[in-house]
Design a protein around this ligand. Structure first.
Ligand SMILES: Cc1ncc(COP(=O)(O)O)c(C=O)c1O
Length: 412
């Protein structure tokens, strides 16, 4: 939970300099290394990991006041922890949002938003072109609780508008999408949402606030899997919901009852990740651009999906909406699954894993892994073919990644 008084046990006089300035005057690079941190009386320079499950009160009356909400302050690390709060404040500052709540994973963030704010009878609009577990949660779990879903086949604002009913609470999307890197026009869809009294939710996992700020483009809520580029080195699982102070207050109450919280250690790892976020995202993008341009002329490949290519259907929109194309691309092999598996199995440098957003290049066959729990029909509707391979381009020398892929492609 991110609110001004939550770190009340910290010495305000020793706040990091960033807290004495208006956050809006500071660059992203400054916010990424300094926002949200107030030093304790030890005057530590780096953010501490506060591993405690609960906090001590000076009296029974103070305990009662904190538990009853009459007094701000730390209570129990299921919903208030100082290290987690630094991460929440920093991510909120980077997303230009009022507040943030950190969660145990990206999937927990999505679930927290839905279960913490929706009720039976509510409705949501989204696409199938998303991470497989997100589609699975929305398609198979939400209906169990009486939440209805409509699926758009494209990002056409008129189509999304036609699917909104008086029960619709959210338009939910990823941009760029996982794994096809399709781009949604955040401004156009937020106009559709707001004209009908609905909120737009954007999963900003692929771009991160270093490359795209959905809230400044009109979105109301941002979802993160911190597991990906926010960490950037494949170490911890975590997530976040970013939005208004009112939303975060509502979600904190749900978090207090249900408990899908982030651990202080993971929050500290993500803080270290945020410090280099901008540098990393631009280098991931440069490496991915080089590889995408090379891969698109390879004879074994029918199409490369990457927003930085002129051939990408929303290339112009990506250039307008994002600071750089991002580090993830995917491509279809003419030889289908056999060729995709041959390629993957013959790489030596690229890691065969389901994760993305790592300093090491990762290679994934989505239809049999990350999107394997979707039905074949839904997978095909989402464009996840048997020949599709996703590459999350890392920070290795790009010539080494290219050599590895070139050798592996000769087996396709
Ligand atoms: C776009 C997107 N959103 C959400 C998630 C879920 O995040 P997590 O694995 O941290 O639960 C993922 C995971 O790959 C993802 O790619």
């Amino acid at each position: 939970m991110n609110s001004d008084n939550d770190n009340s046990s910290f010495n305000k006089a020793s706040a990091d300099p960033v807290d004495s300035h208006s956050l809006s005057n500071l660059s992203d690079e400054t916010l990424a290394v300094r926002a949200g941190f107030e030093r304790s009386s030890f005057m530590e320079h780096a953010e501490p990991i506060i591993t405690t499950s609960s906090y001590v009160f000076s009296s029974a009356a103070e305990a009662a006041a904190r538990f009853g909400g009459d007094e701000e302050g730390l209570i129990y690390s299921r919903f208030t922890n100082p290290t987690v709060q630094i991460f929440e404040k920093r991510l909120a500052a980077l997303e230009s949002a009022e507040a943030c709540i950190a969660t145990a994973s990206g999937m927990a963030a999505i679930n927290l938003l839905f279960m913490g704010t929706m009720k039976s009878g509510d409705h949501l609009v989204c696409t199938r072109n998303m991470f497989g577990s997100t589609v699975n949660q929305i398609m198979n779990l939400l209906p169990r609780f009486g939440i209805d879903v409509s699926w758009a086949d494209s990002f056409d604002p008129d189509e999304w508008s036609s699917l909104i009913t008086e029960k619709t609470r959210y338009l939910f999307l990823e941009t760029p999408t996982n794994p096809l890197t399709e781009i949604a026009d955040i401004k156009a869809l937020s106009d559709v949402a707001h004209s009908r009294g609905v909120k737009l939710v954007v999963d900003n996992c692929f771009c991160t606030p270093a490359l795209q700020k959905p809230i400044l483009l009109g979105a109301d809520i941002v979802i993160h899997s911190a597991t990906k580029f926010l960490d950037g080195q494949g170490r911890c699982v975590g997530g976040a919901v970013v939005g208004s102070a009112e939303l975060v207050k509502e979600l904190t109450s749900y978090m207090r009852s249900v408990g899908p919280c982030m651990s202080p250690f993971n929050a500290w790892v993500f803080l270290k990740g945020l410090e280099t976020l901008s540098l990393r995202m631009h280098q991931h993008s440069r490496n991915a651009q080089t590889l995408a341009e090379w891969l698109q002329s390879h004879e074994a490949i029918s199409v490369v999906h990457f927003p930085g290519l002129e051939s990408h259907p929303q290339h112009a929109l990506a250039q307008k909406q994002q600071k750089a194309p991002g580090g993830v691309l995917s491509f279809d092999l003419k030889g289908g699954q056999k060729a995709a598996w041959a390629l993957i199995d013959h790489t030596q440098l690229c890691s065969i894993t389901g994760n993305l957003g790592d300093s090491r290049t990762t290679i994934t066959h989505n239809s049999t892994t990350t999107h394997g729990r979707m039905s074949a029909e839904d997978r095909h509707k989402a464009g996840v073919t048997e020949g599709l391979v996703r590459l999350s381009v890392g920070l290795e020398g790009v010539e080494d990644i290219q050599r590895d892929l070139d050798n592996a492609l000769s087996f396709c």
